[in-house]
Design a binder for this molecule. Structure first.
Ligand SMILES: [Zn+2]
Ligand SMILES: [Zn+2]
Length: 338
């Protein structure tokens, strides 16, 4: 089969590789749509994410939908989203419901476990999420980042009409904005240095937009917002979140900083008595993600700005790395024959 493999920094190649051989309990899948994620870009641009070095070559891709080819109890041809998080199910944290924190997780597209930027892949049966009628593969792939946003809002436990700032208007930020609205947020201030992303945030429901976090202070007459949802890739993101939040407010950190370090003025967060929560992937949120889309409570289509065949995966990554051409999210369609 063909697969897009990362051979080094900014070196993604589409080449022939052996077909996957499903292990017992696994299902063979034809990959239909894969979203390019900001976390994939850390591997692409830095050769690592957090403390995890990218081996070479390596297949990225964890936001995906596929059709069943063989194995399991779903009929062949069933369109499914695939939960990339294959937790062990047996450890203390899994048993307590924190499957997103499992130390023995096998997460598709995070080394050493290959991802979905290929014609075929395999997954354990319980990772498959059959999609309702009316859902296409692209929507199925975008359920993963939507799930990340839902999990972050689960942590935020917004009070009705709480004021919110979203820092970073990539796909996750634009989903946080929409899910926060559904959770009863009051005024939402959306922040990003890129004008086209601010414009999209306004279209998707932001009450105010700003190019920098200082704009949050201006938009709230110096008070700051009740909750900041931080979804940038900047080491300064947490510091900006601390500046934008009100006294006694909450910051939820969702973004992954370039270089695996972030800045935070200790005196500032101490004096304000800020609560900081780290949001890590998601738990079992696919059913709610599907329900939100089915009910029209969230718009995914405006986020998928560009589409590529598998051979175009290198171009998709370059486009996204350079923020060219109004890109929000690129979607790679490895086998487009339905
Ligand atoms: Zn992702
Ligand atoms: Zn576990």
């Amino acid at each position: 089969m063909r697969a897009a493999r990362l051979h080094g920094i900014r070196d993604l190649r589409v080449e022939d590789v052996p077909d996957p051989v499903p292990a017992p309990g696994e299902v063979l899948l034809a990959v239909k749509a894969v979203g390019v994620c900001g976390s994939d870009l850390h591997h692409y641009l830095e050769g690592s994410i957090g403390a995890i070095h990218s081996p070479e070559p390596f297949v990225l891709g964890h936001e995906f939908a596929a059709t069943v080819l063989e194995g399991g109890s779903l009929p062949p041809g069933t369109l499914v989203a695939v939960d990339p998080n294959r937790s062990c199910g047996a450890c203390e944290w899994c048993r307590d419901g924190h499957t997103n924190l499992c130390p023995d997780v096998r997460f598709a597209g995070v080394p050493p476990f290959p991802g979905a930027l290929a014609e075929f892949t395999s997954a354990r049966f319980d990772q498959l999420v059959p999609l309702p009628d009316g859902f296409d593969a692209e929507t199925g792939a975008l359920l993963e980042p939507l799930g990340v946003a839902i999990h972050a809002l689960d942590l935020a436990r917004l009070r009705p009409m709480a004021s919110v700032a979203v820092l970073g208007l990539g796909p996750i930020g634009l989903l946080l904005l929409q899910v926060a609205r559904e959770c009863g947020a009051g005024r939402i201030v959306a922040v990003d240095p890129l004008a086209y992303r601010r414009a999209l945030a306004a279209e998707l429901g932001a009450d105010a937009v700003a190019a920098t976090a200082a704009g949050v202070s201006e938009a709230t007459a110096g008070r700051g917002v009740d909750v900041v949802l931080e979804a940038t890739n900047s080491p300064d993101g947490p510091q900006h979140a601390a500046e934008a939040v009100r006294v006694g407010g909450l910051v939820v950190l969702v973004g992954i900083p370039t270089g695996n370090r972030f800045t935070l003025d200790a005196a500032l967060v101490r004096r304000k008595g800020v609560t900081i929560k780290m949001s890590r992937r998601m738990r079992h949120v696919y059913p709610r993600a599907i329900a939100m889309v089915a009910a029209g409570r969230v718009r995914l289509a405006p986020l998928a700005t560009h589409r590529f065949a598998l051979d175009g995966a290198p171009a998709a990554f370059e486009l996204q790395a350079e923020y060219r051409d109004g890109v929000v999210k690129s979607v790679v369609l490895p086998s487009g024959d339905g």
